[in-house]
Write a protein that binds this ligand. Structure first.
Ligand SMILES: [Zn+2]
Length: 329
């Protein structure tokens, strides 16, 4: 019987820490701004203090915590527990995060990148319960992904599989992406890039009914303007959905999932996003791959960070128990 799990989510803007039961019931939940500019030592000290408080909030002691799960921006080495170079958190280079957390809290800890953690969370507690093959995409400041194949998180050779936001949807003449490639899904469809493309269109003389300083326009403003019938917003949104849908067609062709779960801030656009994406998939995916797949919203919302981290720990505990059973059986 697995005991309660402490989940730690280290993001570029927000830290979230909480305790949950193995069936995903949250016993406590604390958040605060990351203060990422302060660097890794200060951020680790912050999450350790939050962790102690979250355990006390849950009416527990650290000794009663079965394990600690951690989600953090990558790239990272999930097996050594080392953050190699968190792109959104300055100074996080070769940080032995698992060793640091284990030394502070005295409990076994497990690390994965935030998108993989969210995929595990949706698979165990959210929209993907009881599915064998599920793809998760988060469309937010960036576009991240995670692959659940045959009920397991797929890590690839060195733990970095599932960078689905960096599938190229316009390789020839496409927008350069910060990852080094060209025309990535992220370079068009992240919230940041939707707003950026809108500003670029304004700079070339296009006009809009959005009455805001262009520098402050967000993807949410663009989506709201589509509802108002703004022609520029509608045209940029339509292009975004063609490219996102096309990327998801490629993902479906590669993995033949039964479920594609879409999360992250941009998916709050609701039908404005799911409608065109489902249409592109039904028009362009091979019929025998399009037929069994459902494309649905993520369910964990604000709880994604903590419950995803909890799911990371539960996945590793499951792996360990399975290995032990095989060794003794
Ligand atoms: Zn890229």
């Amino acid at each position: 019987m697995t005991g309660p799990i402490l989940g730690i989510d280290i993001g570029g803007t927000k830290l979230a820490v909480g305790v949950a039961t193995p069936d995903g019931r949250l016993l406590s939940d604390r958040r605060q701004p990351s203060g990422a500019a302060d660097g890794p030592d200060a951020m680790i000290a912050r999450v350790v203090a939050m962790a102690r408080a979250a355990v006390a909030d849950a009416g527990l002691t650290l000794a009663e915590i079965e394990a600690v799960g951690i989600g953090c921006g990558g790239p990272l080495d999930p097996w050594r527990g080392v953050v190699l170079n968190a792109l959104n958190n300055p100074g996080w280079i070769d940080v032995p995060l698992v060793a640091r957390i284990e030394a502070e809290l005295g409990r076994p800890a497990h690390l994965d990148n935030d998108a993989n953690a969210a995929a595990l969370g949706e698979h165990r507690f959210g929209a993907g319960r009881d599915t064998a093959d599920m793809v998760y995409l988060t469309i937010s400041t960036g576009v991240g992904g995670g692959l659940i194949l045959a009920r397991r998180l797929y890590h690839g050779t060195n733990g970095n599989a599932g960078e689905l936001g960096h599938i190229s949807v316009r390789a020839h003449g496409g927008r350069p992406c910060h990852c080094g490639s060209i025309g990535c899904i992220e370079a068009y469809c992240s919230g940041t890039n939707i707003a950026e493309r809108f500003r670029e269109a304004l700079a070339t003389g296009a006009t809009t009914g959005i009455d805001r300083d262009p520098a402050a326009i967000t993807a949410e403003d663009v989506a709201a303007a589509v509802h108002e019938g703004d022609p520029l917003a509608s045209s940029i949104w339509a292009e975004t959905m063609e490219l996102l849908g096309g990327g998801i067609v490629s993902i479906i062709h590669a993995f033949n999932p039964q479920l594609v779960v879409l999360g992250g801030g941009v998916t709050r656009a609701g039908d404005l996003l799911f409608g065109p994406v489902r249409r592109v998939v039904s028009e362009r995916a091979m019929p025998w791959l399009a037929e069994p797949v459902r494309i649905v919203p993520a369910e964990l919302g604000e709880m994604t960070g903590v419950l995803g981290a909890v799911a990371v720990a539960l996945e590793r505990i499951g792996d360990r128990d399975e290995k032990e059973a095989m060794a003794s059986g």
